[in-house]
Design a protein around this ligand. Structure first.
Ligand SMILES: [Zn+2]
Ligand SMILES: [Zn+2]
Length: 346
């Protein structure tokens, strides 16, 4: 028997432009073959929603860091109503060349980006294809479960990308202490070891303090000299791996300048450019420059195990929780930047 009574209509949220949230009524969708209807219990706010926040989302209900409960399951599905889980952003085909090899974030026939091309987690219910549902432990809180998505998922993937080029990473620099930068920091500590020094640059004092709380070494990009700081710690040759989560050209160039021999730069933050003097900055020191986009579905399993082991540590990244009815307050705080990750719950 279905434990959840599903109404015909639901409260949903859209961004109306100029930073305003509007609550609208929508029909609750019915799951077809292979589909699940998810009751949204938590949705984490994300910097990638800033365009919607500023310019409006039209009819679209945003929200793509979703944790919830299977409320109803269509024909040809396996998950039972009542199952807890999270939703992978990208609806991948499962049969193209990328998907067959597990690169589900590089699907050639992507069907959806939930919360962008299709309605997402700021509605009471969200309709998904079952392949992007990932079941979680029933005793994990929904807010903590959202950590599996952009925080651990995107963070962990960027580290796995770096390890392809540089398996012996012993020092790390992260440009940008926003949620993605903090996620990379947390996952470096978990995946590569607590003793690895992780320098985190930003201008935002709140976020630098949060980076320090998570075991990072904060460096104020406006007032501190990064090169001098690294040299004082014996890293005169630079760091082994740098991650740019800022999306800012200047911050990314600072990463290039602080990379050591065989160093790897992973670009995670969208926007801006990177330029290299090829002989001196790339060929000579045999460096690698990589892009890293979201993560692959199969990484969820390993990350879920990390979350079981390090839940208390990682949940420090979530600094604020609001009821779903306060999406306006949550958004104003989040896009104001005086916070870590912000989650709305219902
Ligand atoms: Zn996101
Ligand atoms: Zn595919």
């Amino acid at each position: 028997m279905n434990p959840i009574t599903i109404p015909d209509q639901m409260v949903s949220s859209v961004f109306a432009g100029s930073g305003r949230v509007a609550f609208v009524t929508k029909d609750v969708p019915k799951p077809g073959p292979g589909q699940l209807l998810i009751l949204t219990k938590a949705n984490a706010l994300c910097g990638s929603d800033k365009g919607f926040y500023l310019n409006g989302s039209g009819e679209r209900t945003p929200g793509h860091e979703i944790a919830g409960i299977v409320a109803d399951a269509g024909p040809d599905t396996k998950a039972k109503p009542g199952t807890h889980g999270v939703v992978f952003l990208m609806d991948f085909c499962g049969s193209c060349r990328s998907c067959k090899l597990g690169y589900t974030n590089q699907c050639f026939n992507k069907r959806a980006d939930m919360g962008f091309s299709h309605d997402g987690g700021y509605g009471e219910y969200v309709l998904i294809n079952e392949n992007i549902f990932f079941a979680i432990d029933a005793d994990l809180s929904f807010s903590d479960a959202t950590l599996l998505l952009d925080i651990m998922g995107t963070g962990g993937h960027s580290i796995r990308r770096a390890l392809l080029a540089r398996p012996d990473i012993e020092s790390v620099l992260i440009a940008g202490a926003g949620p993605i930068g903090l996620g990379i920091l947390g996952m470096v500590k978990i995946m590569l070891g607590q003793d690895i020094p992780v320098y985190v640059t930003d201008m935002n004092e709140y976020r630098l303090a949060l980076a320090a709380q998570l075991g990072g070494i904060p460096v104020h990009a406006g007032t501190e000299d990064l090169a001098a700081r690294l040299a004082a710690d014996g890293l005169t040759d630079g760091v082994d791996a740098a991650f740019d989560s800022s999306g800012q050209t200047a911050a990314r160039q600072a990463c290039v300048q602080r990379l050591g021999k065989r160093g790897v730069l992973v670009c995670v933050g969208h926007g801006g450019d990177v330029s290299l003097r090829v002989s001196e900055e790339l060929i000579g020191p045999e460096r690698t420059v990589l892009g890293s986009e979201y993560f692959t579905y199969r990484e969820l399993e390993a990350n879920a195990e990390y979350l079981r082991q390090h839940r208390e540590y990682l949940s420090q990244i979530i600094t604020h929780r609001f009821p779903a009815s306060q999406l306006q307050e949550a958004s104003d705080l989040f896009f104001g930047g005086q916070c870590g990750k912000v989650v709305v719950e219902r």
